[in-house]
Each structure stands twice: as C-alpha cells, then as structure tokens.
Design a protein around this ligand. Structure first.
Ligand code: ATP
Ligand code: MG
Length: 265
C-alpha cells in the first residue's frame, strides 16, 4: 500500500485517518431521548491499534457505527482521510466504505451459504477485482490467518474462533485503511481470543492496517497500544495500553494454540 495513494487511486492527505469532533448521537424512543454520545472528540492516526472500552451502554457500538458511516450523527462531524463524511454523496460514501473500511462484528456475520474462501472473496468481488486475483488473495489471506486447508468449509463447519479468523481475513483482504471491530472476541474462549488479538496485531504491524475495536475484555486491553475509555457517551480517559511499542512479543506460534494451522505464504 502506498502511503500517498489509496487503493482506488485517490490521494491520501497527511493528518489523522479518522477525526471526530463534537459527535453527538441521540436516539428518540417515543417520548424518551437517549443520548448515546454526548460530544466526542477523537483523532486516530494511521497504524494505530486502539481499544474502545467502557461499561455497557457507554456508546462504544454507536461510535464505531458512526465512524464506519453505518449511521449518521445528531450533531458533530466525522472526517475520514481528511474528508467530511457528511459532504460525501451516496456514491462516494459507498466507495469509502468499500475501499477504506473493513468491519469485524461480534457475531462474525459470515454468509452461511458461502465457503470460507468465497466469504473472503466477497468484498473483492464488489470491488471488481478479477476472479483469479480474488481467489489467490483470498487463499493467501486464509493461510495467513491459519486456515489453510479449510477454504471449502462453510461457516457452520468451523469453530467460533475459526469463523472469526475468516471474518478477520475478509476484513483485511480488501486492503482497507482501517478495520473497525465491535467486540471481536466476545464470543470466543480466552485462548482463541488471545490468538485472534495476536493475529490482529501481527496484521497491524505487517500491513500497517489501523485497528479500532471495542471490548470489555481485560486480555484485549492488555494487548492494545492505546485505550480510549467511554462513560455515558463521553471520553473519560485516553491512555497508553498494556502493549509494548514493539511487536516482537507477537508470538509467531501463538495461532497454533487456537487449533489453527500456522501457514504463511
Ligand atoms: N437504536 C437505538 N435506539 C435507542 N437507543 C439506543 C439504540 N442503540 C443504542 N441505544 C442506546 O444508546 C446507548 C449506547 O449504546 P451502545 O450500544 O453504543 O453502547 P455500548 O457501549 O456498545 O454497550 P455494550 O457494551 O453493551 O455493547 C445505550 O443507552 C443504548 O441503550
Ligand atoms: Mg456495543
């Protein structure tokens, strides 16, 4: 990935990858108004590995959805690559989501009728990547996440940890600038969760992909480089995480613990 040019050919300005300012989100339910976000200011630079933490209802999912352009704020703004999201046309927004943002959901959200390989190919299909390249990149990425040999399995034939690895492969293979993950380890046992985080950090280090993820899990927080803490829709702390700056402790063998095969291209 070139630092000055996006994959879709548009220029990459200097400055934060994501910036939000004065972000407010209110949900109205009949006569009751819930203020999910009460004024968030945040900058995320390219290459960060950042955990959003906070009690249930503090606004983590709401913030991820707004940054991912899946929802619109009540007030305030989101900039991605220095461009104000609210000024983009529907088409530009769709393009931004397709090329710049990858999602990993708590429930994996794999397409049940597609194989692991086809699930990973899916976003590239939408991007118009030619079939041969799609297939080879998807194979490579599945090997990268320790799933070589499982390409033809459907989600129901994979464990939770393996399904989440497919979801990671799918989010990364389209070469987004940022991956947004809403509690990616919530449905995993602690060994699979730790292995998933190690994998995400390895991909962060190797490809420079920015990760922004929400979590309740202390093990995940310990692996973050920066922790932003929310409470009642506000940022109450923004501090260095438990992870060292180097990624050397990202054990190359850690994936084997989760039952995956460690295969590298
Ligand atoms: N669609 C909605 N309609 C009404 N209220 C909502 C909606 N979505 C979220 N909320 C409310 O907004 C607040 C923030 O919710 P959000 O899902 O962002 O919290 P969270 O930090 O992700 O919580 P959790 O850790 O439980 O996932 C909560 O009070 C929630 O009830
Ligand atoms: Mg949530």
């Amino acid at each position: 990935m070139s630092p000055t040019m996006h994959q879709d050919g548009s220029p990459c300005p200097a400055g934060p990858l994501v910036r939000v300012a004065g972000l407010v989100k209110r949900y109205r339910q009949e006569s009751i108004v819930v203020e999910a976000l009460a004024g968030i200011d945040l900058e995320v630079a390219g290459g960060e590995f950042l955990a959003l933490v906070g009690p249930s209802g503090s606004g983590k999912t709401t913030l991820l959805n707004l940054i991912g352009c899946l929802d619109t704020p009540t007030a305030g703004q989101v900039w991605i690559d220095g461009r104000s999201v609210e000024r983009l046309s529907r088409r530009e927004l769709a393009r931004l989501r397709l090329y710049r943002i990858g999602f990993i959901f708590q429930e994996y959200n794999l397409i049940p009728v597609l194989t692991a390989l086809e699930n990973v190919e899916y976003v590239m299909l939408l991007q118009g990547v030619p079939a041969r390249e799609r297939r080879s990149r998807a194979r490579e990425m599945l090997a990268e996440v320790g799933l070589a040999g499982m390409e033809q399995r459907r989600p129901a034939q994979l464990s939770g940890g393996q399904q989440q690895r497919v979801a990671v492969a799918r989010a990364i293979v389209s070469r987004p600038a940022i991956v947004l993950a809403d509690e990616p380890t919530a449905n995993l046992d602690s060994v699979s969760g730790a292995a998933l985080l190690d994998l995400m950090r390895e991909l962060n280090a190797r490809y420079g992909v920015t990760f922004l993820f929400s979590t309740h899990d202390p093990m995940v927080m310990a692996r973050a480089r920066r922790i932003v803490r929310l409470h009642d829709g506000r940022i109450v702390a923004d501090e260095a995480g438990g992870a060292r700056e180097t990624t050397e402790e990202t054990g190359e063998d850690s994936r084997e613990d989760a039952g995956g095969q460690t295969a590298r291209p």
